[in-house]
Design a binder for this molecule. Structure first.
Ligand SMILES: C[S@@+](CC[C@H](N)C(=O)[O-])C[C@H]1O[C@@H](n2cnc3c(N)ncnc32)[C@H](O)[C@@H]1O
Length: 248
């Protein structure tokens, strides 16, 4: 039986993970369908976070590392369906460093005019996010999703890049929903690369942030980014917590 490429739990069939060193698996949602996370996230989330309170602004959601967009679209429908009738529009911007995945996302969700997908590597350039905010006359995203992305930024770019990513997301978001992969996923990802005869991830051996990664990230967000953990939606079947932070 094949295993999940990041945590080694069983799944039916997966892509050669060595070909996806950034977690850019082309069939990710066949082994981690949106429902796995959505079943933990209340459909009332936007209302609970104060959407519809503002008469001034639309609500903006950012999805970091959105892969082929299936979770982005399902998440959008999940939380927007609860807003009847919505007083303000809800827009979602998903981005990913993999251009092919973004093209697929754009092709599969053309009917949603409020959902946009763009090609962007968050470790390289963030100007497009500022442009998007400006276009919508907003200073921040109301909710940022950072789901199953941290391990890839961490392994490929190191401790400081991971902390910078969180600091940056905190600076442009009012709320952050974080799903950090636990340490066992790092070991599995590194082991797999070695098995394939490839050189190790650039930073794996020198990472100082280890062990309970989610706790380290929570501490960083609370001590250095002006964010506070306000809710945990529990853990997924892959033992990953879904943590909701709010800018204080
Ligand atoms: C395991 S998938 C998770 C997809 C989605 N967030 C979810 O949870 O369903 C990780 C995604 O993060 C993307 N990614 C990794 N590093 C990135 C970066 N620096 N900038 C943008 N996307 C990145 C990968 O291309 C991949 O599609």
């Amino acid at each position: 039986m094949a295993t999940c490429p990041t945590c080694s739990k069983s799944v039916d069939e997966v892509e050669d993970p060595g070909a996806a060193p950034y977690g850019n698996f082309i069939n990710y949602y066949t082994f981690n369908p949106p429902e796995n996370r959505l079943s933990l996230i209340p459909a009332t989330l936007l209302r609970d976070l104060g959407h519809n309170d503002s008469r001034e602004e639309d609500t903006l959601i950012l999805d970091v590392g959105c892969n082929s967009g299936e979770l982005s679209v399902a998440f959008y429908k999940h939380v927007v369906s609860d807003l009847t009738p919505p007083r303000r529009k809800v827009h979602l911007l998903g981005f990913d460093l993999d251009e092919k995945l973004i093209r697929r996302a754009q092709q599969t969700s053309p009917e949603h005019s409020n959902i946009t997908f763009m090609h962007l590597d968050i470790t390289q350039d963030t100007k497009q996010l500022q442009d998007y905010l400006r276009q919508h006359c907003c200073t921040h995203f109301h909710l940022c999703l950072c789901l199953a992305v941290t391990v890839w930024v961490h392994l490929n770019h190191g401790d400081s890049a991971l902390l910078q990513l969180l600091s940056h997301l905190a600076s442009i978001s009012k709320h952050l929903l974080l799903e950090a992969q636990p340490w066992k996923c790092y070991r599995s990802a590194a082991r797999r690369l070695r098995k394939l005869g490839r050189s190790d991830f650039d930073h794996f051996k020198t990472l100082k942030i280890q062990g309970d990664v989610a706790i380290h990230l929570k501490e960083h967000l609370e001590k250095h980014c002006g964010m506070q953990l306000i809710q945990s939606f529990g853990s997924t079947s892959w033992d990953r917590q879904l943590l909701l932070f709010r800018r204080t």
